[in-house]
Write a protein that binds this ligand. Sequence first.
Ligand code: ZN
Length: 149
Amino acid sequence: MSDLRDLYQEVILEHSKAPRNFHEMPGADRKADGDNPLCGDHYTVYLHMEGDAIRDISFQGAGCAISKASASMMTQVLKGKTRAEAERLFDEFHRLVTGQGLPAEGADLGKLAVFSGVSEFPARVKCATLAWHTLHAALQGEAEAALPD
Ligand code: ZN
């Protein structure tokens, strides 16, 4: 189990050092900002929608390793997904990191499962979900993410 944990930590560190899709998107048709004052994480998520699908997604900003790795992996997972699929993944990811049991049957969190360890550290849940809340805001056409208390 601790080997698995080390592996998870490695994946998170690797993504935080070399985040994917980490750039501004000049042609973005939606973008939103997200702030996690508890930790000092702040990101902007950019979307290029094609109908109901996420054709392209990127992000910029700064924060701790967990928040950055989460944003990086989120952009990888969501490219090509529909809005409904993205919201469903957010829901499953949120359940995972808050320890509300395993994702629903048929869940396809894939690599995002590396964040399951976050459920043991409630203070880091907002780090892990910040990018997702920001994505949600962008999908809703809002400029700023609202993080739950
Ligand atoms: Zn953080």
